[in-house]
Design a protein around this ligand. Structure first.
Ligand code: ATP
Length: 260
C-alpha cells in the first residue's frame, strides 16, 4: 500500500451562502487500497464533504485544496474530475426511474468510449448478476437493494480510481447491507479506493482501514479504524457500547444485591 494519498483534502472551508459555514478546516486522506470511513451525526457536513470533492458545491471551497494523485482538482468542474478517476454514489439511490437498468448503466459510462461500454456492462453484470437478469427492467421498479446496486454499478462504469459513497446502507435490510459491503470490500481488493460516509459506524469501522469523525464541520478524531473502534468516545457515542456495558453492570449490581 503506497503511503502517498491518492485523494487528499486539505483545510477545506465550505460555506452555503455567505454565512453558513459547513466545513471548518477539514483534511482527509484516502490512500490507494484503502476504505476510509467518515462518521458523524446528522448535519456534521459529511454529504457536503463528498459534494465538495466532486465539485458539486456552487461556490468552490472558500479555502483549502483537493488533490487527486498529487494534482490539484478543486477548480475543476465535476466532469473533469470524473474523467480523472472520481465517481460518486449519492445518498438516496438516485436512479433514473423511467430508464431501464441497462440505460442507467450506460449513463455512467459517458466518460468512456462507446467501444468500452459492452465490456463495462459485462463487468457490472458479473458483479451484480441480478442487474444482468433485470437489464431491461425500469430502474424505478427495482427493490431498494437492487437500486443501490445499480447506482454503485453506474458509478463503476466510469472505471473510477476513487469511489465516494454517501450512506450506502441507508434504509436497506441487514442482509442487503451485508451483500453491499461484501462488494465494497471486493472493490477495494481490486484496487479502487473508497471514501465512505456512513451513519452505521459499527459496520463502517468493521470494514474500513482508516476513519474520521466529523462533528459540526470539524474533524474531531481520526486514525486507524481499529483505534477508533477502541476509542471510548466513539464506543459511547457511535457504537453505543458504554450504554450496553452500563446495562450489564447494572444487572451485575442487581445480582450482587440479591445475594447480599
Ligand atoms: P446527514 O447525515 O443528515 O445527511 P451530513 O453530515 O451529511 O448530515 P450535510 O448534509 O453536509 O450534513 O449538511 C451540513 C449542514 O449544511 C446542515 O446544517 C445542513 O442543513 C446544511 N446544508 C446542507 N445542504 C445545504 C444547502 N444546499 N444549502 C444550505 N444549507 C445546506
Amino acid at each position: 500500500m503506497s503511503d502517498a494519498p491518492l485523494l487528499a483534502c486539505r483545510n477545506l472551508e465550505v460555506f452555503y451562502g455567505k454565512y453558513l459555514q459547513v466545513l471548518r478546516g477539514v483534511s482527509v486522506d484516502v490512500r490507494p487500497g484503502q476504505m476510509v470511513a467518515v462518521l458523524g451525526p446528522n448535519g456534521a457536513g459529511k454529504t457536503t464533504l463528498i459534494r465538495t470533492i466532486m465539485g458539486l458545491i456552487e461556490d468552490q471551497p472558500e479555502r483549502g485544496q483537493v488533490t487527486l494523485d498529487g494534482q490539484r482538482i478543486d477548480s475543476w468542474d465535476t466532469g473533469r474530475r470524473v474523467q480523472h478517476g472520481l465517481a460518486c454514489v449519492p445518498e438516496g439511490r438516485e436512479v433514473f426511474a423511467e430508464l431501464s437498468v441497462r440505460e442507467n448503466l450506460v449513463m455512467g459510462a459517458w466518460v468512456r468510449s462507446a467501444a468500452a461500454i459492452p465490456e463495462g456492462l459485462e463487468r457490472v453484470y458479473s458483479r451484480f448478476p441480478r442487474l444482468g437478469e433485470r437489464h431491461k427492467q425500469l430502474a424505478g421498479t427495482l427493490s431498494g437493494g437492487e437500486q443501490q446496486m445499480l447506482v454503485i454499478g453506474r458509478a463503476l462504469m466510469s472505471r473510477p480510481r476513487v469511489l465516494l459513497l454517501d450512506e450506502p446502507s441507508l434504509g436497506l435490510a441487514p442482509r442487503v447491507v451485508a451483500e453491499i459491503f461484501a462488494i465494497l470490500v471486493e472493490l477495494v481488493a481490486e484496487g479502487i479506493a473508497l471514501l465512505l460516509v456512513e451513519q452505521n459506524a459499527r459496520l463502517a469501522l468493521a470494514h474500513a482501514h482508516q476513519g474520521y469523525v466529523l462533528e459540526s464541520g470539524r474533524v474531531v478524531l481520526s486514525g486507524k479504524a481499529q483505534e477508533l473502534r477502541d476509542n471510548p468516545d466513539v464506543r459511547e457515542f457511535y457504537l453505543g457500547v458504554k450504554q450496553a456495558e452500563s446495562v450489564k453492570g447494572f444487572r451485575r449490581f442487581k445480582r450482587r444485591r440479591r445475594w447480599a
